[in-house]
Design a protein around this ligand. Sequence first.
Ligand code: SAM
Length: 282
Amino acid sequence: MEKLSNPKVTIEIIQKYNFAFQKRFGQNFLIDGHVIEKIIRAAEITKDDVVLEIGPGIGTMTQYLAEAAGEVFAVEIDKNLLPILAETLAEYDNVTVVNEDILKVDIAALTGGRPVKVVANLPYYITTPIIMGLFENHIPATSITVMVQKEVAERMQAGPGGKDYGALSLAVQYYAEPYIVANVPPNCFMPRPNVGSAVIRLTRHTEPKIVVKDEKFMFKLIRASFNQRRKTLQNGINNSAELSISKDAVVEALRKMGLSESIRGEALTLAQFAELSDLLCE
Ligand code: SAM
């Protein structure tokens, strides 16, 4: 069939199945083939790859993925899309559509534990849980190339000092190297989202970039440090409900690291958070 990236074809399918877009599932379908080609290129998909697509929608990007990849697993929560996907993906025998919630599905079982490349135009309401779930559950995802809200992409890629830098930047950069591939305007989607979008590629580190004694403790420290942005690091950590660390202990650790006791979380690099974590977790 003709590609769904042609808006006319998308409209025909939507009307044929009388499909009603569900806002609660973050349904904004791509209608621009150039954007999809850019995503596939950035993800460097080849016939040797197994791809996990989160939220295929009516199958617009899945059609391109099926042509580029060896095998595609597409996890879609909305059961109303299943008959549509059966039609739009009928000519591809390398696509498995699974009607599940991506936050609940056992991805390793689905893909046989093989390394996967994750590619998606994400439902924006659950971007962070999806990405953190992929990292923290140790899914063998070598790269994650996804469309997200523009601001979220900027936060993922931000370095110390700026307003975008925070817990999400540090969490993402602990596991992967972020690279913003392209900004994408609302008119590339149907219906149009009311925010700007961007494609970001997260390439998983093959070796951990930072070694820390207690990963969970470090992330508690990071969250505490950014909870109250205008506060100093020692106040943020001291006020955290997740931790019980005195201001004196923080000041002492900062002194050992050669940092000012009035420093704020936004000034610390990931390596410095790891060092602080090692000093405080004992
Ligand atoms: N890939 C399609 C495209 O680019 O045109 C659709 C992208 S749309 C932004 C997000 C898709 O994710 C929708 O099809 C939506 O139903 C699906 N979705 C939302 N929440 C989900 C979840 N928890 N698990 C799996 N799919 C989900």
